[in-house]
Write a protein that binds this ligand. Structure first.
Ligand code: SF4
Length: 317
């Protein structure tokens, strides 16, 4: 039997904009084992967030998961059963959004917001919920807990609010935490602190994590596996060390080429991310690809396994 916590097969999400429709997520397939950390990487506008919102059933009202299958914790989820998906999301899948300060409720203290999670999801009494909230504050290094319990979001820095969001997210003891650009707009030191905190939660609680990021430099030594997304599709996925040190897809290579290197000029990928409403024909990366061939213009390549753990969506394999 598979030890996957999450298995997604050919998931498709559309966004409806009155007179036109956007294929925001196209044939998304991925697996996540228990305790695995997967990083979803790509430039802004590549469909990373919409893919994960589709899994967590948090898509906007004008979007719909139209086909595909999600198996979570050995249970096949009915993607059209709103209630079932909501129950799973509330108790077993937690989502941390990128703007923590905007996600927290400004009129309640951090402690009260965590306490509410314990009452709602664990049916704790108010006293037990308060005690548990204090323990979670300690866990995410907001110490001393008595002090931070009574702070309002506006009294904390962006990094501290992100820790508070993570505390709220783990209060329901989820099996999967999806963290959407949790270090966006934080300085480098705070960024590392947040990643260390996620790694600690992963190790101590066997928590599986999906980290969405546009910053490929962040994930070495953090993620076990990587999926590279472009135009709502996964272009390459595999073990992180393999992808980082032996990338196969031209888009992955281009992302890695953009990392700052000592003594070298900073590179940028030519062109821009395509508008999902006006995708190019054939391979969606072809307008930016230095290796484009005739057939790339007409037909989209399949997603092909090149080893047990490594798959690529490109003709050049
Ligand atoms: Fe480039 Fe063609 Fe591969 Fe697309 S399929 S990434 S255009 S070589």
């Amino acid at each position: 039997m598979s030890n996957n916590l999450l298995q997604v097969d050919k998931l498709n999400t559309k966004i409806f904009h009155g007179d036109y429709t956007v294929d925001a997520v196209c044939d998304l397939s991925l697996e996540l084992k228990e305790k695995e950390i997967l990083a979803i990487i790509g430039e802004s506008g590549c469909g990373k967030t919409m893919s994960m919102l589709s899994i967590a059933n948090l898509i906007p009202q004008n979007a719909k998961v139209v086909s595909g299958q999600i198996i979570f914790n050995s249970k096949k989820l009915n993607i059209s059963d709103e209630k079932e998906l909501q129950d799973i999301r509330g108790s077993q899948i937690s989502y941390v959004f990128q703007d923590a300060t905007a996600s927290l409720n400004p009129i309640f203290t951090i402690g009260e917001q965590i306490k509410e999670m314990f009452i709602a999801h664990n049916c704790f009494s108010p006293n037990k919920a308060k005690e548990s909230a204090s323990k979670v504050l300690e866990l995410v290094n907001l110490k001393p807990a008595q002090k931070y319990y009574n702070y309002y979001p506006h009294q904390l820095s962006g990094g501290m609010n992100q820790k508070a969001m993570i505390a709220i997210a783990v209060a329901s003891k989820p099996k999967l935490l999806i963290a959407d650009e949790p270090t966006n707009s934080l300085d480098r030191i705070t960024e590392i602190t947040i990643l260390k905190l996620l790694k600690k939660l992963n190790a101590e609680f066997n928590l599986s994590i999906i980290l969405i990021t546009h910053n490929i430099s962040l994930i070495e030594n953090f993620a076990d596996t990587i999926a590279i997304m472009y135009a709502g599709r996964i272009m390459e996925k595999g073990l992180s060390q393999e992808i980082l040190h032996s990338p196969k897809h031209p888009y992955t290579k281009a992302l890695l080429d953009c990392l700052p290197k000592k003594g070298k000029e900073l590179n940028a990928i030519k062109g821009s991310v395509p508008n999902l409403a006006k995708l190019p024909s054939g391979c969606k990366f072809h307008p930016r690809c230095p290796y484009v061939m005739e057939k790339c213009l007409k037909d989209e390549p399949d997603f092909v396994k090149i080893s047990q753990e490594h798959s690529v969506k490109c003709y050049l394999q």
